[in-house]
Design a protein around this ligand. Structure first.
Ligand code: RI2
Length: 321
């Protein structure tokens, strides 16, 4: 189904069920869903119209609790609507904001890939985890530069998004070897650099990414293998700047096993973990390469001190709307 032919509710359902996935992509799709919802519900009473759009935006925020990109996408899409003269102008602002957010977040990937590929050594063996658009773009750019010898792609249980990575790379002629997650330490001895994406970056530089990322970072650290994160600035969390912790999404046990076959067995399925700044050599963003400990500067760059001090996060993730 094409993006434009899905209803706003279908988009949110697709994000919740992970038919639509990838941290940046869900932010872009949530922004599109808000625009489509606003287009389909225009009423002349501005207050009523904005309340209804905000209700939909809160639904969008609840679909994937860890993703800062949802919050950023929603906040940027709704920016300035309260100051609009009437409902028509509310809609026009949403259209302009949404188009800008989507375009800029796509452009960011190219800028990141260009910079990050420079940090890939010649004749490199790379290990990547899960399926990150930014990481795949970086590897493809490094491949174009003739730098890639082999990519180890982890399977990434439970949903096995690593298979998408393996296929995307292989289709573009990159030599790729699929490995199970538990083989990461076995293969690390031949790896020159680890490249992963991010779902969120906290103000202390901790990177929240697919479950298993922190184990890979520990293994890379043990073997002195550089660990590079590629992440758009829309993933940097202003909430953590204000003291909140990133909520780690726990998904349904059925993604791990069929519980019918394991009566009495409890299953835990956290889908992300946090890698401390100490294990990260660099975060490559579209505005430059930073040490993870400088994440705070990116939050300031995005939000500004004045805006940050005025933002009301009292409602947690939904505080913005
Ligand atoms: P891009 C994904 O989350 C993976 O954890 C991936 O590393 C991260 O988003 C970043 O992906 P999920 O949606 O934004 O699979 O770089 O839970 O595409």
């Amino acid at each position: 189904m094409s993006e434009e032919s899905m209803t706003p509710e279908e988009i949110l359902d697709g994000i919740r069920k992970m038919r639509i996935r990838g941290a940046a992509e869900i932010g872009r799709r949530a922004s599109l869903a808000i625009r489509l919802h606003a287009e389909g519900t225009l009423v002349s009473d501005k207050g009523e119209y904005i309340s209804d759009i905000k209700r939909f935006a809160r639904d969008a925020l609840s679909t994937r609790p860890t993703a800062v990109t949802l919050w950023t996408g929603v906040t940027m899409t709704l920016r300035g609507i309260e100051d609009a003269r009437d409902s028509e102008e509310v809609l026009e602002r949403i259209r302009v904001n949404s188009e800008r957010f989507i375009n800029e977040s796509k452009l960011a990937i190219g800028a990141i890939a260009e910079m990050a590929a420079k940090r890939v050594p010649n004749d490199a063996t790379i290990l990547t985890h899960c399926n990150s658009t930014a990481a795949v773009a970086t590897i493809l750019r490094a491949h174009e530069l003739g730098k890639v010898k082999m990519v180890y792609a982890t399977e990434s249980r439970p949903k096995r998004q690593g298979l998408i990575t393996a296929r995307q790379l292989s289709e573009r002629g990159v030599p790729v070897t699929l490995i199970v997650d538990s083989a990461a330490r076995f293969h690390m001895k031949s790896v020159d650099i680890v490249i992963v994406g991010a779902d969120a970056v906290a103000s202390n530089g901790a990177v929240i990414n697919k479950i298993g990322t922190s184990q890979i970072a520990l293994i890379a650290h043990e073997r002195r293998v550089p660990f590079m994160v590629v992440a758009e600035t829309i993933k940097f969390s202003p909430h953590t700047f204000k003291g909140e912790l990133v909520k780690i999404e726990e998904r349904d046990a059925s993604e791990v096993v069929d519980l019918k076959d394991y009566p009495g067995v409890a299953v835990s399925n956290p889908v992300f973990d946090a890698t401390p700044a100490d294990y990260i050599d660099a975060i490559v963003t579209e505005v430059g390469v930073i040490p993870a400990t400088a994440a705070y500067e990116i939050v300031l760059h995005n939000e500004g001190v004045k805006v940050l001090s005025n933002l009301d996060f009292s409602g947690g993730w939904s505080g913005a709307v």
